[in-house]
Design a protein around this ligand. Structure first.
Ligand code: RTP
Ligand code: MG
Length: 139
């Protein structure tokens, strides 16, 4: 089933110059880049994007981190790409993420917080629609 998903390269990925490498992996997998923009998040946008995490202990540091620099916002399209991009990304914690994944190969967590895990990907069809609407309201 062809799907769309919202993928983000978080500020650590952009800062470390990994945008090209991450986009390369997405394209090599065969997903189509429908939208791609370098963006500055805002507190309002992130409050919507991370609505499910509001009130959790990691919420405030996560938002602060996501405001620490530009992010690359993308809409990907492809067969089962919601699950597929999360597979490419790997487990949330870079140390636990398998080699071969973006977080497993490129993620660092020595001296860092787990939120600095390079990428975000929507986790279900409804979430993908919601998040695409938040980041690309005109799409
Ligand atoms: P994402 O939403 O970024 O694709 O990652 P995910 O589904 O694997 O992780 P999720 O549970 O949705 O958490 C969203 C982001 O919050 C940060 N986080 N920090 N214990 C912690 O300090 C903690 N837990 C989660 C990570 O940046 C995670 O990607
Ligand atoms: Mg998530």
């Amino acid at each position: 089933m062809t799907e769309r998903t919202l993928a983000l390269i978080k500020p650590d990925g952009v800062r470390r110059g990994l945008t090209g490498e991450i986009v390369r992996r997405i394209e090599a997998k065969g997903y189509t880049l429908v939208r791609l923009e370098l963006r500055e998040a805002t507190p309002e946008l992130l409050a919507e994007h991370y609505e499910e995490h509001q009130g959790k202990p990691f919420y405030e540091p996560l938002v602060e981190f996501m405001l620490s620099g530009p992010v690359v916002a993308m809409v990907l399209e492809g067969e089962r790409c919601i699950e597929g991009f999360r597979s490419l990304a790997g487990a949330t914690d870079p140390t636990a993420a398998a080699p071969g994944t973006i977080r497993g190969d490129l993620g660092r967590d020595w001296g860092l917080k787990v939120q600095q895990n390079l990428v975000h990907g929507s986790d279900a069809p409804e979430t993908a629609e919601r998040e695409i609407g938040i980041w690309f309201p005109t799409s």
